[in-house]
Unconditional design. Structure first.
Length: 291
C-alpha cells in the first residue's frame, strides 16, 4: 500500500506538469521546455510569501503567473517560427532566463516550505504522511477536471480539432490564435500549480525544474498529440516505474535504469511498425460473442 500511495503522490506531480505540456503541444505544436521552470516559479511563490495561508499562496502563484504566461505567448510564440526546433530553443531560453532570475534574487541555496497539514494518516493499515496524500489527491482531482473539460466540453472539442487539423478548424469558425493563447496559459498554470502545491515536498531552488523536466518530456513523447488522456496515462506509467525502481534498487541504480527503460520505450515507439500496430489497436473492435 505504501508503494501505491507513493505512486499516487508522484503521479500528481508528473501528471499536472505533463498534462500542461500536452495541452500546450496540442494547440500550438510547441514543446514547452520552460515547463519545469514554471514549476520552480510556483514553488518559489509558495516559499517567499510566508504571510498568507498556504491555500492563498497557491492561488497567488496562479494569479501572478497568468500575466507572465500571456506575455511570453504574445511576444515570443504568437508568430510562427521557422520550425519546431526554433520554438523549443525559444522556450529553453525562457526557462534559462527564469532560472537565472531566480538565482539572482534568491541565490542558489535551497529553501523549504512548511506543509500546511502535518502528521500521518492510516490507509488500509499503512501510515502515510498526511500532506503527501492530500497533495496527491488534489492533483489527481485537478487532472480529472482537465480531462473532463477536454472530452466533455466545447472547449475540449475545439482543442482536439485544432490539434488534429488547425486549417480545417479555422475554416469552421474556430480562432486558432485565441485558442493557442488560452492553451498556453492553462498548460503553464498547471505547472505552476504543481510547483506551489508540491513545494513542501521538494527542495526549492532555481534548478529544481530541470530535473523534473526530463520525466515530463518523456511523458509527452510517449503520448499522442491532442490525446490528453494518453499524456496522463504516460505520466502514471512513468511515476509507477520511478517509484518501483527506487523501491527495489538504490537511488543511483534506479535513476540509471529509469532513463534506460524510458529511452528504450521511446525509441521503440518511434519505429514505424510500432506506430502502425498501436494505430491498429485503437481501431480494433472485438465482436460480441453470439449467445
Amino acid at each position: 500500500m505504501d508503494v501505491l500511495l507513493a505512486i499516487l503522490t508522484l503521479f500528481g506531480l508528473y501528471g499536472l506538469t505533463t498534462l500542461g505540456m500536452a495541452v500546450i503541444f496540442a494547440a500550438t505544436r510547441v514543446v514547452n521546455l520552460a515547463q519545469g521552470d514554471l514549476i520552480m516559479v510556483g514553488a518559489y511563490t509558495a516559499a517567499v510569501l510566508t504571510g498568507p495561508a498556504f491555500g492563498w499562496r497557491v492561488t497567488l502563484a496562479l494569479v501572478a503567473s497568468a500575466p507572465l504566461l500571456l506575455l511570453i505567448e504574445r511576444l515570443l510564440l504568437r508568430r510562427p517560427l521557422a520550425d519546431g526546433l526554433a520554438t523549443m530553443l525559444v522556450t529553453w531560453g525562457v526557462g534559462m532566463a527564469l532560472r537565472q532570475a531566480a538565482e539572482l534574487w534568491f541565490t542558489s541555496t535551497s529553501r523549504s516550505v512548511d506543509a500546511p497539514v502535518g502528521g500521518t494518516v492510516t490507509v488500509l493499515g499503512t501510515p502515510y504522511p498526511a500532506y503527501r496524500l492530500v497533495c496527491g489527491l488534489i492533483a489527481v482531482a485537478v487532472i480529472g477536471l482537465v480531462l473532463l473539460a477536454a472530452y466533455r466540453t466545447d472547449w475540449g472539442l475545439t482543442l482536439r480539432a485544432v490539434a488534429d487539423n488547425p486549417a480545417m478548424a479555422a475554416l469552421l469558425g474556430t480562432d486558432p490564435r485565441r485558442l493557442r493563447t488560452i492553451a498556453f496559459i492553462l498548460g503553464g498554470l498547471l505547472a505552476v500549480l504543481a510547483g506551489a502545491l508540491y513545494s513542501p515536498l521538494l527542495a526549492v531552488n532555481p534548478t529544481m525544474g530541470f530535473g523534473l523536466l526530463v520525466p515530463v518530456f518523456f511523458g509527452l513523447l510517449l503520448s499522442r498529440p491532442g490525446a490528453l488522456g494518453t499524456a496522463a496515462g504516460a505520466a502514471l506509467a512513468i511515476a509507477a516505474l520511478s517509484v518501483l525502481l527506487r523501491t527495489w534498487l538504490t537511488d543511483v541504480l534506479a535513476e540509471v535504469f529509469f532513463y534506460l527503460i524510458v529511452v528504450a520505450v521511446a525509441a521503440l515507439r518511434s519505429r514505424p511498425w510500432i506506430r502502425r500496430y498501436m494505430s491498429w489497436l485503437t481501431r480494433v473492435r472485438v465482436p460480441a460473442r453470439a449467445s
